[in-house]
Design a protein around this ligand. Structure first.
Ligand SMILES: NC(=O)c1ccc[n+]([C@@H]2O[C@H](COP(=O)([O-])OP(=O)(O)OC[C@H]3O[C@@H](n4cnc5c(N)ncnc54)[C@H](OP(=O)(O)O)[C@@H]3O)[C@@H](O)[C@H]2O)c1
Length: 197
């Protein structure tokens, strides 16, 4: 599997830090070109590579760490997203209730990315917490995972484990996934799972 992160801001950088920590190769891209990420790359080095967005979207699993309202513009870079798993890390800031029309925000993201399978994850923690070492106080930091495609959700849960997190499944985006929508009860909680003794 090839991994890429779209967005080099707070969340994109935090995710890149986790890939670096885990020693897993990942590409990272923004709208301004790979040279603008030189400082982050020199700090993280090793497994993190700055690329163009065009190169980044050739990956199999793509983290979307961009503003929610930028997703439609980003999505136009490809006509067909078939075969891609897109991990939606966005929160729907800037979207009006009329725009969402009752849909989970990840379903709106999925509608922009024809053919992709979308998994909502890594969106519920503040970026500064997401960037920290996922092991804390003898436990592992929880990330919630929701998707309408269980096989893709399982792949993302496995990746989250490889990155050192404790993934918890919330089921479909319009069921448990509602709990990690912007402002929902599970957002902005730093939960750490400890093994049963
Ligand atoms: N900040 C948090 O604590 C936090 C926590 C959880 C979830 N989130 C969500 O995560 C997402 C990213 O937040 P952030 O704080 O990381 O934002 P940010 O620091 O402003 O970074 C946004 C990144 O998105 C890129 N971008 C913007 N439009 C794009 C487009 N059309 N195509 C490709 N890339 C584009 C920007 O590229 P340039 O660098 O070229 O401008 C930038 O690198 C948001 O949806 C936010 O709601 C944020």
């Amino acid at each position: 599997m090839k991994y890429a992160i779209i967005g080099t801001g707070n969340v994109g950088s935090a995710l890149a830090r986790q890939f670096s920590r885990a020693g897993i190769p990942v590409s990272i891209a923004n709208t301004r070109g790979p040279e603008t990420t030189a400082a982050l790359i020199s700090e993280l080095g090793g497994t993190v590579a700055a690329v163009t967005i065009e190169t980044a979207v050739t990956a199999d699993i793509i983290f979307l760490a961009i503003p929610f309202m930028a997703v439609a513009t980003f999505a136009r870079i490809r006509g067909d997203w078939t075969g891609k798993i897109v991990i939606d890390c966005t929160n729907a800031y800037g979207a009006t209730p009329e725009f969402l029309a009752g849909r989970p925000s990840s379903d709106v993201v999925a509608a922009c990315l024809a053919g992709a399978v979308v998994v909502k994850a890594f969106n519920q923690l503040p970026a500064a917490v997401l960037a920290r070492e996922p092991a804390q106080d003898g436990g592992k930091r929880v990330v919630f995972v929701a998707s309408n495609d269980e096989p893709a959700a399982a792949i993302v849960r496995t990746l989250a484990e490889q990155l050192g997190f404790s993934p918890l499944s919330l089921g479909r985006t319009d069921e448990g996934g509602r709990l990690i929508e912007k402002g929902a009860p599970l957002v902005l909680h730093n939960l750490v799972e400890h093994p049963f003794k």
